[in-house]
Write a protein that binds this ligand. Structure first.
Ligand code: GCU
Length: 410
């Protein structure tokens, strides 16, 4: 019999996945955070300190490789052929404020289909900067716009409109492009790497990724780069000014996309938590072993060996952010989202700062978590919003200010 107590401890996320929210062994006590030493991004694998030249010449690649081998798995280098089909467009969308385009992208010989929804502002002259992100539950959930093509995900039209703030983004002169994560790699308990994008890359006889090959986060990150490929073909977009953004698990994917693909001019992590912005070594809130049973497929299988052994990881998440340097990075947390460890998210951004400083970029200099709703905006942005695990108008207001600061400066 299903126990009520189990029911109340289950947090339902998106249409397909439920994860025990607070397993009994979750640590929320700051005094129980173990003493830890972070690996140093500025010391190479041979133990030598690196400066900017060495970082660019080889250390950055070393760090990326460490993340491929121990966390997310390697993204295949093979390029798939792609064919774009403009399925629908309207230059008078959102009451005339925007142009809407819906593009089907067909990948590889089997023509694997991914649907891209794009809004472009009408009140601007010349190519515009923009935001790219995956959505949890279907393109039709990002806005109530009746013309968005629905691909039957069981969620209502506009269900997550508050998380996307489309009018606000368009009104500030930015484009927005999104894809449903399940179209790239379905996110569910039956996950077996057969029904998403992975099989298009399998070698003869291969049925699942090798231990250091990509999981779902890798596939989602791959798709974010594919959206950017499309935007590079759209002359209304300035593809040199595109921010990649994601919430929660999709924030993990946004960080990994921004880390790998240097074409992304900005990376924004909203409440991405464990396996995203939070430092593993704090062992506060969600940990690797909490994720393995329900969603181990998000990572490469080699990552699983670090459960309960976070201190043995060759990396920590400040090094993921260091891969984004010197490009602008924004990390956001929420006060009630302790499962994602706000302090660990802040400290990772703080400890990425030495690599930003190699490039003479102002980064985060303070060691203390800022007070709620007091954003810090340098080359790295950070805020701790009052409230729950979510993306809100306040969060977007900060991202737009940060984008204005970096993309619209004269
Ligand atoms: C769960 C999961 C987190 C994840 C979140 C989400 O809470 O444990 O790691 O970030 O779902 O994607 O909403």
């Amino acid at each position: 019999m299903f126990r009520i107590s189990m029911l109340v401890t289950l947090l339902v996320i998106g249409p397909s996945i439920s994860i025990a929210k607070e397993p009994a062994d979750t640590n929320y006590d700051e005094s129980k955070v173990p003493a830890y030493e972070l690996p140093n991004a500025c010391i190479d694998n041979a133990g030598q300190p690196v400066g900017r030249d060495e970082w660019v010449a080889y250390r950055r690649a070393e760090v990326q490789r460490l993340f491929e081998d121990s966390v997310y798995g390697a993204t295949p280098s093979q390029k798939l052929s792609v064919r774009y089909e403009l399925v629908e467009s309207d230059s008078n969308a959102l009451g005339g404020a925007a142009t809407r385009k819906q593009i089907a992208a067909f990948f590889g010989d089997e023509e694997y289909r991914i649907d891209i929804l794009v809004y472009l502002p009408n009140n601007t002259v010349g190519p515009v900067a923009g935001f790219v992100g995956l959505n949890f539950s279907g393109n039709h959930t990002v806005h109530a716009d009746p013309a968005i093509i629905e691909r039957d995900t069981g969620k209502e039209r506009g269900a997550y409109a508050s998380r996307w703030q489309v009018e606000k983004v368009i009104g500030r002169g930015y484009a927005l492009a999104t894809v449903h994560r399940d179209q790239v790699d379905p996110d569910n308990y039956r996950h077996d790497f057969t029904d998403g994008i992975h099989p298009l890359f399998y070698r003869e006889g291969q049925a699942k990724p090798e231990p250091t090959e990509w999981g779902s986060i890798g596939a989602w990150a791959w798709s974010l780069s594919r959206i950017l490929d499309y935007l590079e073909t759209d002359e209304q977009v300035d593809a040199s000014k595109v921010a990649v953004i994601g919430h929660s698990r999709l924030g993990k994917a946004a960080l990994w996309a921004g880390a790998q693909d240097t074409r992304f001019a900005m990376t924004i992590s909203n409440d991405s938590g464990c396996g995203g912005a939070a430092l593993y070594r704090r062992c506060y809130g969600e940990r690797i072993h909490h994720m393995l049973k329900p969603v181990g497929y998000w990572f490469c299988t080699n990552h699983h060996q670090y459960q309960q052994k976070e201190a043995t990881l060759p990396v920590d998440q400040h090094m993921l952010m260091a891969l984004i340097a010197p490009r602008p990075l924004y990390v956001a947390s929420a006060t009630n989202d302790r499962w994602a460890d706000p302090k660990g998210e802040f400290l990772a951004a703080r400890h990425a700062s030495p690599v930003y400083q190699l490039f003479d970029k102002p980064a985060l200099s303070q060691d203390r978590l800022p007070a709620p709703d007091q954003p810090i905006h340098t080359t790295i942005g950070y805020h701790l919003r009052t409230g729950a695990h979510d993306v809100t108008a306040f969060d977007w207001e900060q991202y737009l200010k940060f984008a204005d600061r970096h993309f619209k400066k004269r």
